[in-house]
Design a protein around this ligand. Structure first.
Ligand code: GCV
Length: 641
């Protein structure tokens, strides 16, 4: 096989329970049969014996019910275990059972259902096979403007289902070139085949579409959402598409964002644009995911009134309640763009009557591009647990959103995710999407044991590394929520002024005495977009969480932090400490030589070497840049250039 099986690499287990000796199956659908096949093959790998096809004696009985949802239940009957669920439920249940067995669990009982009904990966794949912000090789969905299918797609579906996901949007939200034509019958037979492969494992196919498609494909001279011919074109196209590809989840749209077409061109609101498409989809039982990443990306750096962080709330909060039920507003976890540290998007707490889907990014665009180790699940947990204060209780992000998605980190590389340990982000996102109450550490431990090896020595090295990795990455890159400071375009490596004189609205506005944008009531007023008491907490520099100090406030370099250090000293200290921690990671990994497959060991070893090189570069460039700006030396006399 020319790709790894990640966490689906079942190994022999100790003391297999009696029910593993046989399987009695009452399944009829393709998904029910897929679940059965997974169990047969999984049991065989774990016990060394193919389970008997039997109803007698201790066995596993799987029964497919008519339930449409994704829930399943384990019921114990003496030495026999029953697994019951609808077609899709059985798939998730089968993987849950296999995972449990592989992790040493022997007793199975009770029901399980996912927290969200939409749990998906967004791929930014282009039909020429390239991937926008892809760090794991080319697309496995597309090549040469064609749709691919086959064993790798089937294994992709298995991977998604086995960690709890149930959907994927296969093409880039920047819908260009051939991808516009996914809405033409030319591509539907291949889409239908792909949808079928995915559906076997309970995965729904979604498509990104261009808001201007009626003009690009339909020969109309407008894409105005209130134009009758435009509405008709979408309705007819959507109906025909669903006829050809019945299992479609719906559409994902990036409109009026970074040059993409949208309703603003016609003086229409985001709600008018979204509802028009949603109505075409509603007739087919489809949903519309409408992205809120709408901001002015041509801001002049001299314009200090416009604040990109405010944009999404400014555009969407006033429209709360105006979106149809099958619209989910897709909101990035932070107000700007997937930086290593951002506050939670205030828009999440401003929608009382509108469905929302939170968008995470597991492709590591700004977090080391799968060359650096950065386990993102602790950060996702913090975000999901964050209380938005829009109601007295049940006000966490996890309890507020109706769905979750993440920008995929997968590609055609042998290990799927570029860095072998980046598989933990994929696995972890899936596990959280099913059950946001799981802890980041539990998930990391599972991933290590399933994907790397069930050996205490491996866990002892890798677990602390994963758990610290985000904080370490944060320490040696842009400090305390200021963000950016990366090379423009590809976004890898340090460049403190890289975006400063550009048009993207991501300024730090550093002078020789201070840095940061003031976002309190006397500044851009961004803090006011939060509910109280959050708005007050963020507005006051004294109560603002220090890790976000430079996101919210403009601060002098000699500002004294809570522990008595100056801001500048904190920046120097973090950068030296972050680099040292990266060194420890590389040494820790080296101790695993001989305990892991040689190819995996050396692939990751190479990544750590690059992480170290890059961390050193970050440390030196950031520290020296702050030193030259401020003229303040390091109190410990370490080398600044
Ligand atoms: C798909 C950032 C990325 C873009 C991405 C955009 C988005 O700006 O750099 O590559 O485009 O976000 O989320 O739409």
């Amino acid at each position: 096989m020319d790709y790894s099986s990640l966490w689906l690499n079942w190994q022999p287990i100790n003391e297999p329970p009696a029910f593993m000796s046989g399987i009695c199956a009452r399944v009829h659908s393709a998904s029910g049969k897929a679940a059965l096949r997974e169990l047969q093959e999984g049991f065989a790998a774990m016990t060394g014996r193919r389970p008997a096809d039997t109803a007698a004696g201790a066995c596993l009985c799987i029964t497919e019910t008519d339930a449409e949802d994704e829930s399943y239940a384990f019921i114990r009957e003496g030495e026999t275990l029953r697994l019951e669920g609808g077609a899709r439920g059985l798939v998730f249940g089968a993987f849950d059972l296999l995972r449990g067995l592989a992790l040493g669990k022997r007793e199975f009982d009770g029901a399980s259902a996912p927290r969200y009904s939409v749990r998906m990966l967004d791929h930014w794949d282009n039909m020429d096979g390239s991937i926008e912000r892809g760090y794991a090789g080319r697309s496995f969905f597309f090549e040469d403007d064609r749709i691919l299918n086959g064993p790798r797609i089937r294994d992709y579906a298995r991977l998604l289902a086995s960690c709890g996901l149930n959907g994927c949007c296969i093409n880039n939200v920047n819908v260009k070139a051939e991808a516009v034509r996914l809405l033409t019958p030319d591509h539907w037979p291949a889409l239908a085949e792909l949808a079928k492969t995915l559906a076997e494992y309970g995965i729904k196919l979604w498509l990104s579409v261009s808001f201007a498609a009626p003009m690009e494909l339909g020969g109309l001279d407008t894409a105005d959402p209130l134009d009758e011919a435009v509405c008709r074109w979408w309705e007819e196209t959507t109906a025909a598409l669903y006829k050809a590809v019945p299992n479609l989840g719906g559409f994902l749209v990036k409109a009026d964002s970074e040059g993409r077409p949208g309703p603003f061109t016609y003086g229409r609101t985001q709600a008018e644009g979204a509802n028009m498409l949603a109505r075409a989809l509603a007739k087919q039982g489809g949903k519309l995911l409408w992205r809120c990443f709408v901001y002015n990306c041509t801001q002049d750096w001299r314009d200090t009134k416009t604040d990109r962080a405010r944009a999404q709330c400014d555009h969407f909060a006033p429209l709360d309640g105006q979106f149809d039920d099958n619209v989910l507003l897709q909101i990035k976890n932070g107000p700007v763009d997937f930086q290593v540290r951002e506050p939670v998007s205030p828009l999440l707490g401003r929608l009382e009557h509108t469905n929302s889907i939170i968008e995470f990014q597991i492709t590591q665009e700004y977090t080391g591009q799968q060359k650096h180790l950065c386990y993102l699940i602790p950060m996702f947990k913090d975000i999901l647990d964050f209380r938005l204060c829009h109601r007295a209780e049940n006000d966490s992000v996890a309890e507020t959103v109706s769905a979750v998605c993440a920008v995929s980190n997968m590609g055609r590389d042998y290990n799927w995710t570029g860095h072998d340990l980046a598989g933990a982000n994929l696995y972890g996102f899936g596990r959280l999407s099913w059950d946001p109450a799981l802890s980041a550490e539990e998930i990391a431990r599972e991933f290590i044991r399933l994907a790397l090896g069930d050996d205490e020595r491996i866990i002892a090295e890798v677990l602390p590394m994963l758990m610290r990795s985000r904080e370490v990455y944060e320490q040696y890159t842009a400090p305390l929520g200021i963000g950016w400071m990366v090379n423009p375009g590809h976004h890898y490596g340090p460049n403190p002024d890289g975006y400063e004189y550009d048009r993207w609205g991501t300024y730090h506005r550093a002078t020789n005495t201070a840095i940061g944008v003031e976002r309190g009531p006397n500044g851009t007023g961004y803090t006011e977009q939060y509910r109280k008491p959050l708005s007050d907490m963020y507005a006051d520099v004294a109560s603002c969480p220090e890790e976000l100090l430079l996101f919210f406030h403009r601060v002098n370099y000699d500002y004294v932090m809570r522990d008595g250090r100056t801001l500048i000293q904190r920046i120097y200290d973090d950068h030296f400490a972050g680099y040292e921690a990266a060194e420890e990671f590389a040494q820790s990994w080296d101790r695993l030589e001989g305990l892991l497959p040689e190819d995996l060991f050396s692939r990751v070893q190479e990544r750590f070497a690059e992480q170290l090189r890059s961390a050193r570069e970050w440390r030196d460039i950031i520290n020296s840049w702050f030193y030259r700006r401020s003229g303040i030396p390091d109190i410990h006399g370490r080398e600044l250039y």
